[in-house]
Design a protein around this ligand. Structure first.
Ligand SMILES: [Zn+2]
Length: 200
């Protein structure tokens, strides 16, 4: 019968996290073993409250602890401008430029047929109703999906759906390295990408 091994359990759990390989998981597990009890308690509490308190915005699908999120309700933000990104963390990348004062829409992924992710798995319907719904006053949709094969395909797909709605559709400019995630774009590169956006 297998004996319960707490350290092995922890290592296995950590290894399920993205970007954590076997070696890193083991290093983290040993580090946590030596961490004072109070810090472990605080970490556990933070993990649980993220699961219990953080939810998705019913308008833009960004992560938030209040619904609608602060980006959707901020009166100083321009509702006529929507920046579409793949993941909530991409919102942070655009925010770092401090130049964008519109609103966001998080798709929660990109179209990736090989991974079985189709348009219906993404928050596309809610985007279309924000653009074409009753009382909608959107002038421009900026497609800031990642510069990857999936991100580009998703941008093309969205442009085809959005343009007939009479809205200006733009794609962020190059400069963000092809094949990378927007998260890795520094503030300057991201600012240039937003400034250099082109009509689709
Ligand atoms: Zn929102």
């Amino acid at each position: 019968m297998a004996r319960f091994d707490p350290l092995a359990e922890l290592t296995t759990a950590l290894q399920r996290l993205p970007g954590i390989g076997a070696r890193s998981a083991q290093r983290l597990a040993y580090h946590l073993l030596k961490t004072p009890r109070e810090e472990i308690d605080a970490l556990c509490a933070a993990l649980l409250s993220v699961k219990e308190r953080v939810t998705y915005c019913s308008i833009c699908s960004n992560i938030t602890d209040v619904d609608p999120c602060s980006y959707c309700t901020a009166p100083e933000r321009d509702s006529r401008l929507i920046c579409v990104v793949e993941q909530p963390e991409n919102v942070a990348a655009v925010e770092r430029t401090r130049g964008f004062k519109g609103r966001y829409h998080v798709l929660t992924g990109a179209i990736a047929p090989l991974q079985g992710i189709g348009p219906d798995d993404l928050k596309i319907k809610s985007l279309l109703s924000r653009v074409a719904g009753e009382g909608a006053k959107v002038d421009e949709v900026i497609l800031a999906t990642n510069p990857t094969v999936e991100g580009e395909a998703t941008a093309l797909y969205l442009a085809r759906l959005l343009k007939p709605l009479g809205v200006r559709v733009t794609r962020i400019g190059m400069g963000v390295p092809v094949g990378s995630d927007l998260d890795y774009a520094d503030e300057f590169t991201m600012s240039k990408a937003m400034e250099g956006r082109r009509e689709m």
